[in-house]
Design a protein around this ligand. Structure first.
Ligand code: SAM
Length: 279
């Protein structure tokens, strides 16, 4: 079990320098680390893929409940501290590698139940979520701690100020649930922002756009300038007249004065299919 003073001691003992550029804010609150392990529902049949184990505060709790933890850590200098703090467990495999450059076939080829869990390095939150959604084909569930504002956006409901293209593109692939608020005081060093733990669970979507890439472009273009009406954003992005776009919206029974945040994922799928017919 780690806390501020034990982490300070091991940092001093190993002459370790905390690297801000790797997003190193280590968890010091046992309630939070054990809660994450609990809500993951990992058990002795589960392999956990942890991104960024750092000094191992969360790793230790995951080792207790799961079959094994495969942990990718970019910073080789933190690994001796991680190993020391987890020495009583024999179910940890550490891979010193940048997760964004890792060969995921090792994970994707495992024929077992895998959960991805991380206190994310904030500077690469979006690329890691993208990696989980699109490239970790064998991992159905993720529990990610992230900056509160990012978590609010990912889990936002339609017609709210936080609902944007990121909310839609994540929720297109996964159900998002806010689990736990984590104040900045639970880390060392303390970051300038509060955090939140989000659960992402991939689901099988029956209603899909004909062209997923084009759908993504339609969603992103619709929020290009948030205060603008959908018609204006789409007219700029796809070089279509506003009248043509108004006709399409009317046909789809979407208000022609609508803004991006008033459309559901299904609305965007129907809109993208319609716009594609005009290409
Ligand atoms: N899991 C630890 C905890 O909760 O105390 C540390 C979390 S800290 C916010 C993020 C960790 O991710 C750091 O240990 C950092 O070195 C590591 N990291 C940063 N970028 C990474 C990358 N591209 N691939 C793998 N690990 C990375």
């Amino acid at each position: 079990m780690q806390n501020k003073s034990s982490i300070a001691k091991s940092i001093e003992k190993h002459n370790f320098k905390i690297k801000k550029y790797y997003g190193q804010n280590f968890l010091t609150d046992h309630f939070i680390t054990s809660k994450i392990a609990e809500i993951s529902f990992a058990n002795k049949d589960t392999t956990v893929l942890e991104i960024g184990p750092g000094t191992g505060a969360l790793t230790e709790e995951l080792l207790k409940v799961s079959k094994r933890v495969i942990a990718y850590e970019i910073d080789k200098e933190v690994v001796p501290i991680l190993k020391e703090n987890t020495k009583e467990y024999d179910n940890l495999e550490v891979i010193v590698e940048d997760i964004l450059k890792a060969d995921l076939s090792k994970i994707n080829n495992l024929d077992e139940n895998i959960i991805c869990i991380a206190n994310l390095p904030y500077y690469i939150t979006s690329p890691i979520i993208d990696l989980f959604l699109k490239k970790m084909t064998n991992v159905k569930k993720a529990i990610f701690m992230m900056q509160k504002e990012v978590g609010d956006r990912i889990s936002a409901n339609i017609n709210t100020k936080d609902y944007n293209s990121f909310s839609i593109l994540v929720q297109y692939f996964a159900r998002c649930k806010k689990i736990l608020n984590v104040p900045r005081t639970c880390f060392t060093p303390e970051p300038n922002v509060d955090s939140v733990v989000i659960e992402l669970e991939k689901y099988k979507r029956d209603f899909k756009p004909k062209n997923e890439e084009f759908f993504i472009k339609v969603v992103e273009s619709s929020f290009k300038e948030r205060r603008k009406m959908l018609v204006n954003n789409l007219s700029n992005a796809f070089k279509l007249s506003k009248d043509t776009l108004r006709n399409i919206l009317n046909e789809l029974e979407i208000n022609e004065d609508a803004r991006g945040e008033t459309l559901s994922i299904d609305d965007y799928i129907r809109l993208s299919d319609k716009l594609e017919e005009l290409k």
